[in-house]
Design a protein around this ligand. Structure first.
Ligand SMILES: [Ca+2]
Length: 171
């Protein structure tokens, strides 16, 4: 069984802010809706449950802090890889964004600098998450980095709470 170990490098509110799960629900519903299209909405009637899962991941992984940066040791990788995870969605510096001092490390599929994932503007973070999901839908299980990222986002953390439970305090 693989073990995910997350070390907190430093979570600071300097330059970041806390968002609420209710702030995230609607933009993520819109993003997921446009990602899967009308046909997908019929096939996935519980879209809000999927969104609840993502938001629950955000709560667990970044504490809703837009400036969260953590480190993830991929124990199963050979050679051993250490990812830096950025922002609300804790997206990987090996996949989505590039850092100033190591531009060759990443596939940079979101074509952005990692510091854009720790600022107060969450719109580009949501767009980048959409890019990760799109890339995964296109490549399936074939891309290791995408697979690791998706597994991390959708791993079970909130049990079988439905969106009704999870978003019950949102209007
Ligand atoms: Ca941002």
């Amino acid at each position: 069984m693989r073990v995910l170990v997350v070390f907190v490098l430093g979570v600071s509110l300097a330059g970041g802010e806390l968002v609420s799960k209710c702030d995230l629900r609607d933009p993520l519903m819109a993003m997921m809706g446009s990602l899967i299209g009308e046909r997908g909405k019929q096939e996935i009637p519980s879209l809000e449950d999927k969104v609840a899962k993502i938001v629950c991941y955000v709560e667990f992984a970044s504490g809703f802090n837009t400036a969260a940066v953590n480190q993830l040791d991929l124990q199963s990788s050979e050679p051993k890889e250490v990812w830096k995870l950025y922002g609300l969605f804790q997206l990987s510096n090996h996949l989505v964004c590039s850092e100033d001092d190591d531009k060759d490390l990443s596939k940079n599929i979101c074509e952005m600098n990692c510091n854009k994932l720790v600022d107060d503007n969450i719109t580009d973070d949501i767009e980048c998450l959409s890019t990760v999901l799109k890339a995964f839908l296109k490549d399936g299980w074939n891309n290791k980095e995408q697979l690791e990222m998706i597994k991390n986002i959708f791993q079970e953390r909130c049990g079988d709470k439905t969106s009704l439970d999870y978003f019950s305090d949102c209007s």
